[in-house]
Write a new protein. Structure first.
Length: 340
């Protein structure tokens, strides 16, 4: 068992090593932290931490650095995630508030998070994969022209024009509208597209084009909203920390470029909205990121799948600041996208 004081010593080692990139010795701890005990006592605590594989000596120096296990204990014990300063919170509101659409908002988001954390930032594009058809409306705008309007439970609205061979009267259009809502209502985009496509062969020829147009619209939306798109910024931050990676940083960059790797990792980091998940070092080894730490928080858009915002960097990371920044920006995204 590691004592409370030993855990405090571990926290001191993590904080000092993150700040200086230099191994931390007992003398340094006594000088910088008010433990009220001798350097010899601190050395005993450090010996216990080393036995538990929470710290290690990188070379013959008397100083020690945290191990992956040590960082994990530090993060799990981290109850005082430093809140962002008023200036930082104002920067989030101002910088992201200027966005005109979702694409710009997410691009600004990763740039801001990379600046706040000095790490590579990643955001998962929100997906309509789970959105369902709420209502189908058909509006006659001419004898042989029908406007097909698709409304999803997310509030998403899509419109397409269908040209029909023969005029369609209002009664026929009303009956077709009822039938289409019976078929597609409550289904996901992809399932609704398949269901409508299956009806085309058996429906009256006069209605086939309307069904085809709606099925194509649904299929296009299902394809366009695949949850496999990431927006990345701050690659220069990752390169700047190259000396923090024991091996070659090229493997890390290659793994990040393979977006499917990060998407799989994000999937395993599934969490409730607003909470923060941290995976450290060897916990990421199955994804080729065994020398990195990943900090992630979920954000939610009504009618869409939960998406994630995160950072990727070396294990020598300011976890408190990084967790606070990721959490704050994810909360802002949830609030802003929910309101819009």
């Amino acid at each position: 068992m590691v004592s409370e004081r030993s855990l405090a010593v571990l926290r001191a080692i993590v904080q000092d090593y993150v700040a200086s990139r230099e191994p931390v010795g007992s003398k340094t701890i006594v000088e910088r932290h008010a433990f009220g005990v001798s350097a010899a006592t601190i050395r005993n605590d450090m010996a216990l931490l080393e036995e538990e594989e929470l710290i290690a000596a990188p070379h013959t120096s008397s100083g020690r650095i945290p191990t992956d296990k040590g960082y994990r204990v530090f993060v799990d014990q981290l109850t005082d995630i430093r809140p962002l300063s008023q200036a930082q919170r104002q920067a989030i509101e101002t910088f992201l508030g200027e966005s005109s659409d979702l694409d710009e908002l997410l691009a600004r988001t990763v740039r801001l998070v990379s600046q706040l954390t000095k790490q590579l930032a990643v955001v998962q594009y929100p997906s309509f994969a789970s959105a369902r058809v709420r209502h189908v409306e058909l509006v006659s705008i001419g004898p042989t022209r029908v406007l097909c309007i698709l409304i999803a439970d997310s509030g998403q609205v899509e419109q397409r024009l269908a040209e029909v061979e023969h005029p369609v009267d209002d009664d026929t259009l009303a009956a077709l509208r009822v039938r289409l809502n019976e078929i597609a209502g409550g289904l996901t985009m992809a399932d609704a597209a398949e269901a409508l496509s299956g009806e085309i062969a058996s429906v009256d020829r006069r209605h086939a084009q309307v069904l085809h147009t709606l099925a194509a619209t649904l299929a296009d939306e299902a394809r366009a909203q695949r949850p496999d798109r990431l927006v990345v910024a701050g690659a220069a931050n990752l390169v700047a920390t190259e000396q923090d990676f024991p091996g070659s940083i090229l493997g890390v960059i290659e793994a990040i470029e393979e977006q499917v790797v990060l998407l799989r990792l994000f999937g395993e980091m599934a969490t409730d909205e607003h909470s923060v998940v941290v995976r450290i070092g060897r916990e990421n080894a199955p994804f080729g990121l065994g020398e990195t730490s990943v900090v992630s928080s979920a954000f939610e858009v009504p009618g869409r799948d939960v998406s994630r915002l995160g950072i990727v960097g070396p294990t020598r990371m300011d976890y408190s600041n990084s967790m606070a920044a990721v959490r704050a920006v994810a909360r802002y995204l949830s609030r802003t996208l929910g309101e819009s």
